[in-house]
Structures are given as C-alpha cells and as structure tokens.
Design a protein around this ligand. Sequence first.
Ligand SMILES: [Zn+2]
Length: 183
Amino acid sequence: MPKILVLDPGHGGEDPGAVGNNLKEKDLTLKLAKICAEKLASYDLNVKFTRENDRYVTLYERANIANRLHADYFCSIHINAGGGTGFESYVHSTAVGKHTDELRAILHNQIMAYLKKKGVKEHGQGKKAANFAVLRTTAMPAVLLECLFIDTPADAEKLADESFLHGLANEIAYGLARVLNLV
Ligand SMILES: [Zn+2]
C-alpha cells in the first residue's frame, strides 16, 4: 500500500487569503500544490488534495479529509503577508522536539537550500510553532508552509515568476518525498 500524502492549498473560493501586487494567495497555493503533485507522480505515493479547484473548504474539513484518509503526512501550503519577507514553516506547538518537528526540519531545510540560492531568507528564525487549526486537528504529522510575502514587492515578483514557482514546488515535492522515505 503506498503512503498517503495530503496537500492542502490554503484558502479558496470566497476566501482569497492574502492579496497583494495583483496576486491572490488562494491561486498561488493551488498552483504550488498542483505542480508539487505532478513532481510526485513518479513516486509510489498516493497524493490527495483538500481542494483541487477554487472553492472554499473550512479548516476543520481540511483536517477531516486527511483524518478520514488516514494520511501519513499533511502539508498545508500558504503565502505570507504583513510586510515581512522570506520563508517560514510551522508545526503545532506540542510537536516541537518530537518526530513531527524532525520531519519538518527535513522539508524546511530542503526548501531553504533552494530559496537561499534565489536570494530568499528565512523569516525570523524560520522554523516556528503555532496552534493553527489544521495542525492541531490533523491526526498525523503535519506542517504548514508560509512561502514568501505576497505584499512585499521583491517577494511578490518571485511569486509571479512561473519558473520560480516550479523550482519551489519541486523542492517541496522532493522534501516531502524525503519526509515519506521515498528517496
Ligand atoms: Zn494563508
């Protein structure tokens, strides 16, 4: 039985997420998740989505989808806002120092190695913890990625660049493959 990965493109439908520089978070998260799934297609892995189109899904339903599937890993993809720059990742506050945190480090470091080459830094300490609903209510190891700031022009310029998005999605995919012991 292949392992099950749930990709969770943040926001959607009536909830655009963060908006800035002619970009909408809900579009970027869906695009990244879809490219990521394409990159993972060659692995022995069952990739599922919490949404595959522009529709609204509650945070609890997102977690429930993963729980019903008995997923092995849950990866929520978001774009940041609020006037900062760079990349950060989150695990649930209670997961720090545990297996979920170790898995996050594999994924985080894989993504950051690429981003550094593109001139993108970690936002603050980079590896963070929070009591986010999708992290709290998922029954499997879960991570939430905040990929650059949509309202910061230098970050938005990268997010608007298809080749950058493909590169980023490729690293997310490879990092997830490593997390799931597929490589
Ligand atoms: Zn978001």
